[in-house]
Design a protein around this ligand. Sequence first.
Ligand code: SF4
Length: 417
Amino acid sequence: MAIKVDKDWRKKEESYGEIVKKYPTISPFIITQIDVQRRGVEYTRKALDQVDKTIHQTGKVGEADIPVSLLLRDGTSICTSIFSEAGVNAPLNQRDRYLVDVVDDRIVLVDEDQVIDEVFYWEKPRYFDKLTSNGTPMGQVVDARPQRFHINMNKYCHFWDTPGHGCKYCGIGASGQKFRGCANELVNFDEVREVMQEIIKEKGRFTGVVLTGGSILSGDELLDDELEGYIKTLQAVGTAFSTKKFPSQVNSTAFNERQLIRLYEETGLTSYTTDFEVFDEKLYQWICPGKAHYLPHEEVKKRLYKAVEIFGKGQVNTGIVSGVEMAEPQGYQSEQEALKMNFEFAEELASHGVGLKHDVWNVVPGSIFFRQSTPSLDYYVHLTKGFYEIMCKYGISTEMDNYRKCGMHASINMDRI
Ligand code: SF4
């Protein structure tokens, strides 16, 4: 369902150019990354003609092969999800999208007829189109971003099993899986083992592997089945390494102390994330009702602090879907108040050694929040700067998720400067 662009939106907030001038210590690449993730992109025919399926990672929208995402000249990744309903890589919001076009033989981002910068399409690793012995394309078992490998341990999130429990900004509804699960939910551990043998032949740019996936609430104790899934997947990944530990991260539902110890001791895992999603407790209950039901705000905090004890400072962080704290009608009405809340809570977490990252909220078609609008570019740049400064103040390294390892989260993408 299309949302009408507010034709006056540019009059209501500072422009990209004004924000670049206002924040001289923030790289324009990071500001571009944030704004493109916030507003989304559309491709011209000429830009799509530059897609080469033998080289680039693509997804289908109708008949078109669309690049899965973009890369800037300094290596900053811009994740631009593909939503077929909208027909383009497009979050729904009231602002115009950036245009990806070809000017002077270069693929560029364009806004109001002005070239912002050159962009590149993500390239595929060599193993991507090879098949496992089950006939699955290897890229479907282990995905890749420009800097790292990515495994989706579980394709379905069981918060959706209970009506009203899914997170309100969540895109799972967009893929039609809401309330009904999916077949072959878990990754196939034998296939992971097989793909890893191909992956280690790959030269160059990859620095580690990140595992994530939907929540699994079942087991003897809450989340025990999810824990087993991560342990088995990590053990399959570990067959490619001769050392016990290898550069890796799990982003899971918040495990308790016993589960975290097992995850650390029984696998090669080096770093851990569980996303808070929303720092304000009341809004967390409204926006993530399933999570809040099983894992109250205070409990997530305790589990994160335990994770720091187990994995070490600098090896644990947490993320928020930044901007949802301003969703109507219960969210903050003022960007200043929302920033203040985020910084106060971030400071409390960082004082216990927890690192901070934020994803830029884009309004996903099919999500409960599909009619909402995201905050201004100024809000996001201010948040990015603030989170980074808080991490520096408490001596928390960005290394586990920095630009060499992920580059997706603006606040921890700043260490290159
Ligand atoms: S935890 Fe929330 S955001 Fe994550 S997949 Fe489940 S419903 Fe979606």
